[in-house]
Design a protein around this ligand. Structure first.
Ligand SMILES: Cc1cc2nc3c(=O)[nH]c(=O)nc-3n(C[C@H](O)[C@H](O)[C@H](O)COP(=O)(O)OP(=O)(O)OC[C@H]3O[C@@H](n4cnc5c(N)ncnc54)[C@H](O)[C@@H]3O)c2cc1C
Length: 250
C-alpha cells in the first residue's frame, strides 16, 4: 500500500493564441499565449490594438485586473492532471463549477485493491498519529478487498464479468476512506482558476486542498505571470504555506 504525502500536479494543456491577421496588436514585452489571448480580448472591447498607452502585456493585464474586467480572463484555459490528492480533497475541488470541467478516476470501474492513500498534512510528522492512521487505512483497504470478493459471489449469476466486477466494486467502495487517492483532470479558464485559488489558498481552507492550490498556483505563475502574479504565497502561523490574492475575485 502506497502512502502519498503530497500532490503531484502536471500541466497537460495550455492555451494557443492564433492572432487574426486583420486585427494585429502592437505587443510590448514578453508574454505567453494565454496572456496574449486575454490582452487581445481586452483590447477588442475598446479597439485599442494600436496600444495608445504603450503598455507591456504585464502592465495592460494588471490594469484589467485592477478594474475587475473579469470576462477577459475566461478565454484562456489551463488543464492540469492532479494526482496524489484524497477523495475528500477532490470532493472539495469539484464544488468549483463556473468555468470548470473534470474527469475523475472511477471507483466503479477501477480496482481499488491496490489504491494509494493520502496522509493528511495534519497527521504527517507525528509518529504515533502516522502509525495509527496507517493501521486504520490498511484495515479499510482489507475490508474493501473482502467486500469485493463476497459481492462477486453474490453476483455470480451475472454472466458479463466486467458488469459483475463493476457491480461489486461500486458497492464495496463504500468502505474505502476519504483518504483514498484519486486522479483527476481539471480544466478551467483563468477567471475560474483565480476564484478557486483565492478561496482555497486562504488560511480558512482545509490543509490538503490549500497545499494542492499552492502547487497549482506555482505551475500557473510559471506559465502566465501576468495572469497569476498578483497571488502571494506565504508561511502561515501553523507553519504550512498559504496564499493571498492581490486583486480580489475579478
Ligand atoms: C473555507 C471553505 C469552507 C467551506 N465549507 C463548506 C461547507 O461546510 N459545506 C459546503 O457545502 N461547502 C463548503 N464550502 C464550499 C463553498 O460553499 C463553495 O461551494 C465552493 O467554495 C465553490 O465556490 P463557488 O460556489 O464560489 O465556486 P463556483 O461554483 O465555481 O462559482 C464561482 C462564482 O460564480 C458565481 N456563481 C456560481 N454559481 C452561482 C449560482 N448558482 N448563483 C449565483 N452565482 C453563482 C458566484 O459568484 C461564485 O462565487 C467551503 C469552501 C471554503 C473555501
Amino acid at each position: 500500500m502506497d502512502i502519498l504525502r503530497e500532490p503531484r500536479i502536471t500541466l497537460i494543456a495550455r492555451p494557443q493564441f492564433l492572432e487574426p491577421g486583420h486585427l494585429p496588436v502592437q505587443w510590448k514585452g514578453e508574454s505567453s499565449d494565454g496572456e496574449r489571448i486575454a490582452e487581445f480580448a481586452g483590447r477588442l472591447c475598446y479597439m485599442s490594438q494600436h496600444n495608445p498607452a504603450g503598455r507591456t502585456t504585464a502592465e495592460y493585464l494588471r490594469n484589467i485586473l485592477k478594474q475587475g474586467h473579469g470576462s477577459v480572463f475566461e478565454h484562456a484555459t489551463y488543464v492540469m492532471l492532479i494526482e496524489g490528492i484524497s477523495r475528500s480533497c477532490s470532493h472539495e475541488l469539484v464544488r468549483h463549477r463556473a468555468g470548470w470541467g473534470y474527469s475523475q478516476l472511477s471507483q466503479r470501474y477501477v480496482d481499488e485493491s491496490y489504491a494509494s492513500f493520502v496522509m493528511p498534512p495534519a497527521v504527517q510528522g507525528d509518529a504515533a498519529l502516522e502509525a495509527a492512521w496507517t493501521v486504520q487505512v490498511e484495515a479499510a483497504q482489507a475490508a474493501y478487498v473482502a467486500a469485493v470478493e463476497q459481492l462477486m459471489e453474490r453476483y455470480a449469476w451475472i454472466d458479463d464479468r466486467i458488469h459483475r466486477r463493476k457491480m461489486a466494486r461500486e458497492a464495496a467502495r463504500s468502505v474505502l476512506p476519504n483518504a483514498t487517492e484519486v486522479k483527476i483532470v481539471a480544466s478551467a479558464n483563468v477567471r475560474a482558476w483565480r476564484t478557486m485559488l483565492e478561496l482555497r489558498l486562504g488560511e480558512g481552507a482545509e490543509l490538503e486542498i490549500r497545499r494542492m492550490a499552492v502547487a497549482c498556483l506555482r505551475v500557473l505563475q510559471g506559465e502566465a505571470p501576468a495572469l497569476f502574479g498578483d497571488f502571494e504565497i506565504y508561511r502561515a502561523v501553523d507553519g504550512s504555506e498559504a496564499g493571498r490574492v492581490g486583486f480580489h475575485k475579478v
